[in-house]
Unconditional design. Structure first.
Length: 84
């Protein structure tokens, strides 16, 4: 299930903690760190989409797979996709 206990204000595992007052800067720093850690181009203008779940049809993976070409090559948008 989904946990509602997580908070970016206290999570010790993210590179920068943030609150509502500085959410844009906090998310920018965390996104750039994740892109770097995964060997992706650290581009703040790129849409970063993540999926973490079982790789089976019940989790909607077929919807993601059928959209990959559009996500990765659609112009003018640029997208990075993480599937774990």
């Amino acid at each position: 299930g989904i946990s509602d206990e997580w908070s970016p204000t206290t999570d010790p595992k993210i590179p920068r903690n943030y609150r509502l007052a500085d959410v844009d800067e906090g998310k920018r720093v965390c996104k750039a760190a994740l892109q770097k850690e995964l060997g992706l181009e650290a581009d703040p203008g790129t849409c970063l989409i993540g999926f973490c779940g079982r790789l089976c049809y019940q989790k909607g993976l077929t919807l993601i797979m059928s959209s990959i070409d559009w996500l990765m090559h659609g112009q003018p948008n640029r997208c990075q996709l993480i599937i774990m």
